[in-house]
Design a protein around this ligand. Structure first.
Ligand code: NAD
Length: 454
């Protein structure tokens, strides 16, 4: 495509730009976003149905990514001396990789798109942004803001297009050196496979940074403070309708609290207000689109056949028509066997499976028994159980005695392993290393006389 050609041609120029100049673009972009914070939230609400609180968090995270990566990038590009050997100067430094394709999801349409794009850009790669089909408007504004902040037009390109065709072609383009993807497992695995194919004319192996899905669990231990656990599970499961990769879709509850927990989470969830996301009092807005609504409803139907449905909330009459997007209300199933599809597959909607565990060992076993390794959490007042979770509950982001969503840049570097992704954590100190290549140089500094005639 023309965007890749331009990005490819401009790469040497952007690669050799002063790293401080590139970092300053991000800092200015953060300032612009900060000054347009509510407007950007409004666009996100319109485009993907987030509530005000969730949309604002999306904008704030985008600002944090800009500030954080700007600060990391400057020292990253300073040459580092290794050792202090006499007669030898050993140095290590980094260089950008080339053209980066950014392929982002709709669920954090500003934060994730910004995070991946500015990380690539600040490291001196030229960037082609291919946003999710559902949320091109906010991505376009992000690109405009970065241009306004000083990113050269040839260094940053906007390519709104369908994933299956243009996205697929973009990742296969032999001029693309790096792909940063966040989205579903199926697409992520396809991209990793495609990136492994290296045609004759391609002079490098592609690097893929790939963040995929989750099937995250919260364990409610026998010693848990239920007042806290109930609101933590409710927020983690139903915030933005469970459409977060970090969302809690499994609550694993120990026998001691089981019946009380089920009763209380149902009552607490009933208190959530389903409404128009533009209304600040709304807790639960619509889901992203019809295709997603159909998928979520089919899981609910399946659950109603096989399982005990303890709550199925519906949107008020007329709301769908008014908002123009489909609604699926919070739905809870109890006594879900750990091997049931509702306890294993990512639904990406407001569906919570409650699973009973006899003891803490069993709870940990069930929690770990998923190919996804993204977030997880434990509510417990027993220090030894919290310590055991640190050792044995193997997820990328573990949260103790709090909800499992809402990771903050720099404080909760975010990302999983297993089928949840490859790469080091977004918003963490190692993230930028994925966007560069290391080089080292050794000079023999022992002088053997002058060569003044030269
Ligand atoms: P998706 O995989 O359907 O789409 C993501 C992006 O990939 C979109 O831009 C899409 O156009 C593009 N795409 C689709 N097919 C493609 C192809 N064949 N080749 C190249 N690109 C293609 O995901 P989604 O529905 O937008 O987002 C939801 C998913 O994202 C969930 O699985 C969720 O768990 C995951 N997610 C993960 C994280 C994380 O940090 N781990 C964060 C947010 C979302």
């Amino acid at each position: 495509s023309a965007a890749v050609a331009k990005a490819h041609a401009f790469f040497p120029k952007w690669r050799d730009e002063d790293p401080r100049t590139r970092a300053a673009v991000l800092t200015r972009a953060a300032n612009i976003m900060r000054s347009r914070r509510d407007e950007l939230s409004g666009i996100i609400i319109r485009e993907n149905g987030k509530t005000w609180k969730e949309a604002d968090a999306d904008v704030c995270e985008a600002i944090d990514f800009c500030e954080y990566y700007a600060r990391l990038a400057v020292p990253l590009f300073e040459r580092k001396r290794l050792g202090r050997f006499i007669g030898e100067l050993d140095e290590l430094w980094y260089q950008p990789r080339g053209v980066a394709a950014i392929i982002s999801p709709w669920n954090f349409p500003l934060a994730i798109c910004t995070g991946m794009a500015v990380a690539a850009l600040v490291c001196g790669n030229t960037v082609v942004v291919k946003p999710a089909e559902q949320t091109p408007a906010i991505a376009k504004i992000m690109v405009e803001i970065l241009h306004e902040a000083g990113a050269p037009r040839d260094a940053l390109h906007f390519l709104p297009a369908p994933g299956e065709t243009t996205g697929a072609a973009l990742v296969r383009d032999p001029r693309v050196a790096l792909i940063a993807f966040t989205g579903s497992k199926a697409v992520g695995l396809d991209i990793i496979k495609a990136a492994g194919v290296t045609p004759e004319e391609q002079p490098f192996v592609k690097r893929v940074v790939c963040e995929m899905g989750g099937k995250n669990a919260l364990i409610i231990d026998a010693s848990a403070d239920l007042d806290e656990a109930v609101v933590g599970v409710r927020q983690s499961a139903f915030g933005f309708n469970g459409q977060k990769c970090s969302a809690c879709s499994r609550a694993i509850v120990l026998d001691a609290h089981y019946d009380t927990f089920v009763e209380r989470i149902v009552e607490a969830t009933k208190a959530l207000r389903i409404g128009d996301p533009l209304d600040p009092a709304t807790d639960i807005g619509p889901v992203i689109d019809e295709e997603s609504a159909r998928k979520i409803r089919s899981y609910i139907e399946r659950g109603k056949k096989d399982l005990r449905c303890v709550l199925e909330m519906k949107a008020p009459e007329g709301l769908e028509a008014k908002v123009g997007k489909p609604y699926v209300g919070p739905t809870i199933f109890a006594d879900v066997p750990p091997d049931h599809a509702l306890a294993r597959e990512e639904i990406f909607g407001p569906v919570l499976a409650i699973i009973r565990a006899k003891h803490y060992d069993e709870a940990l076993r069930i929690a770990n028994d998923s190919q996804y390794k993204l977030t997880g959490g434990v509510y417990s007042r027993k220090p030894t159980n919290l310590e055991r979770a640190r050792k044995e509950f193997r997820v990328g982001n573990l949260y103790l005695n709090r909800g499992i969503t809402g990771a903050l840049v720099g404080r909760q570097p975010f990302g999983g392993f297993g089928m949840s992704g490859v790469g080091s954590k977004a918003g963490g100190p190692e993230y930028l290393y994925q966007f560069v290549e290391p080089r080292s140089c050794t000079e023999n500094t022992m002088r053997r006389g002058f060569a003044p005639e030269l």
